[in-house]
Design a protein around this ligand. Structure first.
Ligand code: NAD
Length: 438
């Protein structure tokens, strides 16, 4: 394929050389004469393991060249990869000025070219940037619509500086945010044989994914460093702790706990975090990530209350009271804070949980109910249908198997608030569906 790479910095020079080494014909473009000169001479403009050899080989094979002019590079292009910088603006936002300038030039070159070129953004940009800010620039310059006159895509770049070449050939996955079928097909063809699993999604999803990945990586670094600072004060080997932590690939390193749902609760996580925070304070240690976890959880509970309040209805039925499905443990269950707030504000509230039967609530759980949620027993109903029939708003608070069919049980005018991602919105044919964070 004929590929144009706009921007020959850390991202663009690696993409150019790696794609050329796969047999594609690549023309790199940069405003810097120095970088263009280096590529033309078969030399690497950046320090990156393995890159200099790839550039030299590709140049010698006649598959990699460079220019300072986008218009000169564009004729015959199947795919354009825009890899120019997106620096921070003074307010912390994103400066898209370079991308817009480059995009306008790409669009102008597409106008009247008679060829379907897939314009692919690789620079990191906030969700909505491609379709909201760059698509209009391209359409104006190209004189045609995205998906018809040209293809539009977003392909986030996950290569790590220092091992970018190895990452390119051994990528875990390649994500293609495509605005149309032809663009998805063009990028699939370009990456064939490299880039791991190929996943096609919407452009906005791909834009967001890049930020979510980076935020998570940063969170992991900060979390591990905070564990290290705490461990040092305790005289414990932080590397031993984290090596053991990493051995649990079921609960620690893996997809567990990584799906948006309701707040955490129960008898362990809140208590243990409070104890950790108290110990850190005693050490005079500042661990902002760990200290903010309970605060973040509280905000999630508040959001559930706000969502219910915004519906402006006064009778609420809550399904699922325990802190997670298939247990009767009510201690520190976050939905009870929502229920307490609603009761305090004068809402009429009915409750149901298939695992909670006041006759059988014993021990610590019973004391918790008597002390903390005395309003619970009188509002509890054994039959879910009584709660649904008597409420304008039905709140599903945990993903209990019994609640999956609630969507189909709604009457017109009723609203379902799903706090646990437990109900398929497609099953709500007669009422309204409101998800907490989806
Ligand atoms: N560096 C990384 O490891 C990495 C990883 C993932 C994503 N990203 C993102 O990729 C983008 C590029 O990052 P980078 O580190 O390669 O930046 P960089 O600053 O190293 O390179 C950007 C290049 O674009 C060129 N350029 C600017 N305007 C141009 C124009 N109008 N026409 C042609 N060339 C132009 C610049 O001269 C520069 O060489 C950024 O959005 C960044 O956030 C970077």
């Amino acid at each position: 394929m004929r590929v144009v790479v706009v921007g020959l910095g850390y991202v663009g020079s690696v993409c150019s050389a790696c794609l050329a080494s796969r047999g594609h014909h690549v023309v790199g473009v940069d405003t810097s004469d120095w970088k263009v000169g280096h590529i033309r001479d078969g030399k690497s403009p950046i320090v990156e393991a393995g890159l200099a050899d790839l550039i030299a080989e590709s140049k010698a094979a006649g598959r990699l060249t460079a220019t300072t002019r986008i218009a000169e590079a564009m004729p015959g292009a199947d795919v354009v990869l825009v890899c120019v910088g997106t620096p921070s603006a003074p307010d912390g936002g994103l400066d898209l000025a370079h991308v817009k300038r480059a995009t306008a030039e790409v669009g102008a070159a597409i106008a009247g070219s008679g060829r379907f070129t897939t314009v692919t953004m690789r620079s990191t940009m906030l969700p909505g940037s491609v379709e909201g800010e760059l698509q209009p620039v391209l359409e104006r310059a190209a004189g045609g619509r995205a998906g018809e006159a040209f293809g539009l895509a977003y392909n986030p770049e996950f290569l790590r500086e220092g091992s970018a070449v190895a990452d390119f050939f051994g990528a875990g996955y390649t994500v293609i945010g495509a605005g149309d079928e032809k663009s998805a097909a063009a990028l699939r063809a370009m990456y064939e044989g490299v880039g791991g699993e190929m996943l096609v999604t919407a452009i906005r999803t791909a834009e967001m994914l890049k930020y979510v990945n980076n935020a998570y990586h940063a969170l992991k670094v900060s979390f591990a460093n905070e564990v290290g600072r705490w461990a040092k004060r305790e005289g414990i080997d932080s590397h031993q702790v984290m090596a053991l932590f990493c051995r649990d690939t079921k609960l620690n390193l893996g997809p567990s706990y990584l799906k948006p749902g309701f707040a955490f609760g129960g008898s362990c996580l809140p208590k243990d975090l409070r104890a950790m925070n108290q110990r850190a304070r005693r050490h005079d240690l500042v661990l902002p990530v760990i200290a903010s976890i309970l605060e973040s959880n509280d905000r999630h509970v508040d959001e559930a209350v706000h969502l219910i309040e915004r519906l402006k209805k006064k009778s609420v039925g809550v399904l699922g009271l325990s802190f997670k499905a298939e247990t009767d443990d009510l201690r520190e269950s976050p939905i009870l804070r929502v229920v307490g707030t609603l009761v305090g504000k004068g809402y009429s509230v009915l409750l149901h949980d298939p695992n909670v039967d006041m006759e059988r609530v014993l021990g610590a759980n019973r004391r918790f109910v008597e002390d903390e949620v005395p309003y619970l027993p009188e509002r509890l109903r054994a039959d879910m249908r009584d709660v649904i029939a008597g409420s304008e708003v039905i709140v599903v608070a945990n993903p209990g198997a019994a609640f999956a069919g609630v969507g189909a049980m709604l009457a017109p005018g009723q609203a379902l608030v799903d706090l646990a991602h437990a109900v398929d919105p497609a099953t709500v044919t007669r009422g309204e569906y409101h998800g907490l964070a989806w």
